[in-house]
Ligand binder design. Structure first.
Ligand SMILES: Cc1cc2nc3c(=O)[nH]c(=O)nc-3n(C[C@H](O)[C@H](O)[C@H](O)COP(=O)(O)OP(=O)(O)OC[C@H]3O[C@@H](n4cnc5c(N)ncnc54)[C@H](O)[C@@H]3O)c2cc1C
Length: 405
């Protein structure tokens, strides 16, 4: 049950991606988690309906409908994203990120790019790569010493004629090793402070762009995370984002980046809800048929209360994500709601998977046990796209009338 149950478009997205999650994601989830490998074959299979560049293409592939071009009319993009993300997270969070992680790079291009930059990005993402794989993109913002506080970026972009020379290292970058195109953030005008931080579109193979070490992770291991180095990488000035004078306004550097992150948080919270729901349903199934100390599990009050608690938290997290998405689709400010959705969803995923581990006992510690995997996957939702503390800081600053950033 959710806020959008009577919307046929969203019901269709839920039904389609829910069945994709069970039919195509679950059977390969343990293997890609164990091998820490990207599900390239599934990514290709899904490409006719799950675009790596949906932020630029619109949602036609998934829904069969064009987005309404009238900027004043309510959109459906944010609601489609939250509904779809829950289903993909329910299938496998790591595979979900492999299927959708390029959106992190596509959305600033859609939001801040000129028509030429959007066309260039789409061109770089079209077709297959030299290994016959679907092309993916990376959004390179975080650095070894700069995660939460992105105003302290050390990567610099030095103007040089018609080019910028980018120098610095990025860390924890989704698709960092395999990307066909990178959106890298660098300080282009130190005197302007935060407003001087700009994004640049950089094609794979550009001299000086050096994909680095692949990281081994606790969870979402089907999604690739790597370092990326920029060693005096020359990028034409036309590839600098934030030059457009669009409905979103003229160049605003870092503040536009922050808005972009606000826009993806409800869907990230929803993906965490999907993980929680997966663990809850697994446990529910056990409780219905199982016994503890010779009596039905369902007769033990402490287990029943745990199930009730889990369902309350899952429903509350989903409602927060849906509310944040509804506001975004209706062109209303949703910074507080987006932070609540992200923080609450991450907390619910950790709470539910942790309690499910405890109630299942040693069974859940077996290799390739799905609940053990969901338990590991859940933690990362409290870290990326703004940690739990950062979401609480944003909310608390808003509550006390301060600038949230
Ligand atoms: C799997 C994965 C994928 C990722 N993908 C990408 C990607 O594609 N692109 C990209 O650019 N980045 C990516 N990241 C990086 C991610 O965004 C950062 O890890 C995140 O922003 C946190 O930064 P940090 O790790 O440097 O922690 P830090 O910022 O160093 O924070 C450390 C701790 O201090 C707390 N803290 C920091 N500042 C405050 C504050 N002001 N008030 C209270 N507490 C505070 C944090 O909450 C945290 O607990 C990814 C990370 C992971 C794990």
């Amino acid at each position: 049950m959710d806020l959008f149950h009577d919307n046929p478009l969203l019901a269709g997205v839920r039904q389609m991606l829910g069945s994709f999650a069970l039919r195509s994601m679950r059977p390969i989830a343990a293997r890609h988690d164990r091998e820490e490998s990207m599900p390239w074959a599934l990514m290709k299979e899904a490409s006719p309906f799950l675009s790596q560049t949906a932020a630029l293409d619109g949602r036609k592939k998934l829904t069969g409908l064009e987005d309404d071009p009238d900027p004043k009319k309510p959109r459906t993009a944010a609601r489609i994203a939250v509904v779809g993300s829950e289903e993909l997270g329910y299938g496998c969070a790591g595979i979900a990120l492999a299927l959708a992680g390029s959106g992190l790079a596509a959305s600033p291009v859609a939001r801040m790019g000129t028509d030429e930059q959007r066309a260039e990005f789409k061109k770089l993402m079209s077709g297959l790569d030299d290994q016959g794989r679907v092309k993916v993109a990376a959004m390179a913002l975080s650095e070894p010493a700069t995660g939460s506080d992105i105003s302290g970026l050390k990567t610099i972009a030095i103007p040089d004629g018609d080019h910028y020379v980018i120098r610095g290292s990025k860390q924890w970058i989704t698709n960092g090793l395999s990307a066909a195109v990178y959106v890298v953030w660098a300080q282009a005008d130190p005197a302007a402070g935060r407003a001087g931080v700009r994004g640049f579109i950089v094609a794979r193979g550009t001299p000086g762009l050096v994909p680095g070490r692949k990281e081994t992770k606790l969870g979402i291991r089907a999604s690739e995370t790597a370092q990326v180095h920029f060693e005096d990488c020359r990028v034409h000035k036309d590839m600098m984002l934030g030059q457009a004078t669009s409905a979103e306004g003229a160049a605003t550097g870092l503040s536009d980046t922050k808005k972009m992150l606000d826009s993806t948080r409800p869907a990230v919270g929803s993906q965490a809800v999907g993980i929680a729901r997966a663990a809850y349903e697994f446990l529910l199934d056990r409780v219905r048929g199982g016994s503890l100390h010779g009596t039905p599990m369902a007769s033990h009050q402490h287990i029943m209360f745990e199930l009730a608690e889990m369902q309350m938290e899952i429903t509350a997290s989903r409602m927060l994500a849906h509310r944040a998405a509804w506001l975004a689709d209706h062109h209303q400010d949703n910074v507080a709601e987006a932070s609540m959705a992200k923080a609450h969803g991450a907390r619910t995923a950790q709470l539910v998977t942790t309690r499910a581990m405890v109630l299942l006992g040693e069974e859940a510690l077996e290799p390739d046990h799905p609940v053990e995997k969901w338990y590991r996957d859940a933690k990362i939702y409290d870290i990326f796209e703004g940690t739990g503390q950062i979401q609480r800081r944003i909310l608390a600053r808003l509550l006390t009338g301060q600038n949230p950033t």
